[in-house]
Write a protein that binds this ligand. Structure first.
Ligand SMILES: *Cc1c(COP(=O)(O)O)cnc(C)c1O
Length: 222
């Protein structure tokens, strides 16, 4: 697996406004350093234990994104250094992030995950729950959380039409949420959608941040 040439190929497909999150879960620090040496600085991990084991061994200027499902009891381990948490899917998680961020005197950036897939196994808010959350007093009281945008995962399917429609739905929702709740907040600007299988469609549909593992590092050994 040549990480450097994979990145060079991938970079040709990515317009300048779209950020690349290199998803390094299950891959060793050596592979991360190959991507780092090819110029990449944003890395995504989906398990807290793995992230906190890798982070101290790697350069300080890496921006670590947490992309997995986050358990509240583990938030304290990543709050001191995490640069963006993608998969926030409940008020309880937001509140815990807020508490832990306050303790270490940080404001932690988050994306709210929306359930767009036709699968029960993927986490995230429904449109209705998202509006309810954003309208609530509890949300307004979060002083140490900065909501930067939305995140979603399309259905795992070969039907690229379905995938495109799910991304369209999410982009539409992003625009609605932006105009109703974040019109004057320039922080709310990121739409995280697209993985190895579907990032080209995601970019066409308005993604600002793609999360790529396999196309950079190869298949994962679970
Ligand atoms: C693993 C993972 C990815 C990367 O998936 P690939 O298909 O390997 O590119 C992206 N997003 C999330 C949330 C993931 O868990």
């Amino acid at each position: 697996m040549n990480v450097q040439s994979n990145i060079q190929n991938l970079r040709k497909d990515i317009p300048p406004g779209v950020k690349l999150v290199c998803v390094s879960k299950f891959h060793p620090t050596e592979s991360i350093m190959e991507a780092y040496n090819a110029g990449e600085r944003i890395f995504g991990e989906s398990r807290v234990q793995e992230l906190i084991a890798k982070q101290p061994q790697l350069p300080d200027d890496i921006q670590w994104h947490f992309i997995g499902h986050l358990q509240t009891n583990k938030i304290k381990f990543i709050a001191p250094f995490v640069s963006l948490i993608h998969g926030v899917d409940s008020l309880k998680v937001l509140r815990t992030i807020n508490t832990q961020a306050k303790k270490v005197d940080r404001t932690v950036s988050c994306l709210l995950q929306v359930h767009i897939a036709d699968e029960k196994t993927k986490f995230g808010f429904s449109e209705e729950d998202l509006f309810e959350l954003l309208s609530s007093d509890a949300f307004k009281q979060l002083t140490h959380v900065s909501v930067k945008g939305l995140m979603g995962m399309a259905t795992f399917t070969d039907d690229m039409n379905q995938v495109r429609n799910e991304f369209k739905f999410l982009k539409n929702l992003f625009d609605k949420v932006k105009s109703e709740f974040f019109l004057d907040d320039e922080n709310f600007s990121e739409l995280s959608m697209g993985m190895s299988q579907d990032y080209q469609i995601a970019i066409e549909e308005g993604s600002t941040m793609i999360r790529i593992g396999t196309s950079i590092f190869g298949e994962r050994d679970y």
